[in-house]
Design a protein around this ligand. Structure first.
Ligand code: GBH
Length: 480
């Protein structure tokens, strides 16, 4: 029923846009989408996203034990100015205030992550009831405001006690046990779960480049095995959640799949972008969606290809209820005559970017991210599980943050996402990253992604202008 509504909505908008063009052909401006053309479908799920280690603080409280990120952040030279998530936004204590902010925005849903080390402080063994109680309280508070919880089970804060971390396949099994336990305890009230967040970040960045926790730079064979344990954790997690859920649940993941934008929008370049999407994400989303490692990946890695045990690929290829895409920035590709059939173009130095220089001003990435994934693998539903940007926010004398660059970024991305919806791609919802300024991993507190400014000395939250903008977009269910 919902699908039919969505499809009809897409057709109606396409027709309206076409009519607008035909009815006033001499006025070029009339062919630009007007505000009402950028209305979103009824029931579209507007949300915000956060992650445990980035906002909670309270790292020693109620039985939580250290994670690889606690240790990494406390290791000199690993994060900006040695900053850590020890206190962060103190959302462990201030969660009611944060749910109130969500309510004030008018969001329908909230994506947050559970800290594995609060539930199983050593990664395995006996669950810690006090840790679980915190998430019971968060869920209750959200539901009291009619905000639907979407839970990420792993957003990088691996319990440090797990021997070998992601180098061990036992960690994938430990993750599944933890995921199944959470499903058994929360699925009476929570119906949407994401297994892992951005597998490439906790595998390659943690174990190949060493830029993220635990900061290792392993050789190719071992690093590829870590990747395998990452996708395996996801797959075993999907199975465990379904096996232990008390009722119907929707299970997916949140991936920062590399978004390949065809530099020129013609049939040949579009096909090249699709091929590139499959290839650039080979050991991650491609393997998950296809249930097997692409032959080209196995050939390319040769003796360094991952060791796979019976049953692994079935788990990894578990059918998903949705795919979550974290979208910030693209790569540009064009067709060429190389064996892979495309080239990745290096952006010129003048390519504009946001406060984080890796986030280019390239809003079409949100459209192509959805389109490439849907055209390749046809998932039943898509969520944008993260989208947003850093800004060099300053608090004015009268306590305002005029983050017009963030508003520009959001407006442009939501306009491009609207194109995907007009073209009937099944986009169910959008989670803005992030509700709050927070601990931005190796960038510490130097990069602010929130639509609420956080004064980290006092933990005071101050809505930025972008919060008012998002509130209005949600209220109108349209790009404003
Ligand atoms: C997401 O990933 C995370 O899910 C979230 O926790 C985070 O806060 C958010 O995005 C904003 O960053 O400098 O060219 O080497 C971010 C993934 C991976 C993006 C590392 C920046 C470094 C790119 N990040 N990457 S570069």
């Amino acid at each position: 029923m919902k699908d039919i509504t969505r499809r009809e909505f897409g057709k109606a908008v396409t027709a309206a846009t076409a009519l607008a063009g035909i009815s006033s052909p001499r006025h070029a401006l009339a062919q630009q989408p007007s505000k009402s053309d950028l209305a979103y479908p009824p029931g579209f799920l507007w949300g915000c996203a956060t992650a445990a280690y980035q906002i909670e603080g309270a790292v020693h409280e109620d039985g939580r034990k250290p994670t690889v990120w606690d240790i990494f952040a406390h290791t000199p030279g690993k994060t900006y100015h040695g900053e850590t998530g020890d206190v962060a936004d103190d959302s462990y204590h201030l969660y009611k205030e944060d749910v109130r902010l969500l309510h004030d925005l008018g969001v329908k849903t909230y994506r947050f992550s559970i800290a594995w080390a609060r539930i199983f402080p050593d990664g395995t063994g006996q669950p810690n009831p006090k840790g679980l109680d915190y998430y019971h309280r968060v869920v209750d508070e959200l539901l009291a405001y009619n905000i639907t919880p979407y839970i990420t089970l792993f957003h990088w804060d691996l319990p440090a006690a797990l021997p070998g971390g992601w180098q061990s396949r036992d960690t994938s099994k430990a993750f599944a046990d933890y995921a199944g336990y959470i499903a058994s305890r929360l699925s009476d009230r929570v119906h949407h779960f994401m297994t892992t967040n951005e597998i490439i970040c906790f595998t390659d960045l943690g174990y190949r480049t060493g830029r993220f926790a635990p900061g290792l730079a392993l050789p190719a064979g071992e690093a590829n095995q870590v990747r395998h344990h990452g996708v395996l954790a996801h797959g075993l997690g999907v199975q465990a959640i379904r096996a232990h859920a008390r009722g119907a649940v929707q299970v997916g993941l949140a991936e920062n799949a590399t978004v390949c934008v065809p530099v020129i929008e013609d049939a040949e370049q579009i096909e090249a972008a699709r091929r590139a999407t499959r290839n650039e994400n080979a050991p991650f989303l491609t393997t998950i969606m296809e249930g097997r490692y692409p032959q080209t990946y196995l050939e390319q890695e040769g003796v360094y290809a991952p060791r796979v045990e019976p049953g692994d690929m079935e788990a990894i290829g578990s059918k998903l209820d949705f795919v979550g895409l974290n979208i910030y920035t693209p790569i540009y590709v064009r067709a060429d005559s190389s064996p892979q059939g495309y080239a990745v173009l290096r952006p010129p130095a003048s390519f504009p970017h946001m406060a984080s220089d890796w986030i280019k001003v390239a809003p079409e990435c949100i459209y192509w991210g959805v389109r490439n994934v849907c055209d390749l693998w046809h998932p039943p539903a898509i969520y944008i599980t993260e989208n947003g940007c850093s800004s060099d926010d300053v608090l004015t004398a009268d306590g305002q943050v005029e983050d017009t660059d963030r508003i520009m970024y959001l407006r442009n991305h939501l306009s491009q996402l609207h194109r995907a919806i007009r073209e009937d791609y099944p986009v169910n919802g959008y989670f803005l990253w992030s509700l709050l300024d927070n601990f931005e991993w190796d960038d510490g507190y130097s990069k602010r992604f929130g639509i609420h400014y956080v004064d980290f000395a006092t933990e005071k939250r101050i809505p930025k202008l972008s919060a008012a903008w998002y509130h209005e977009a949600i209220a109108q269910n349209a790009v404003v």
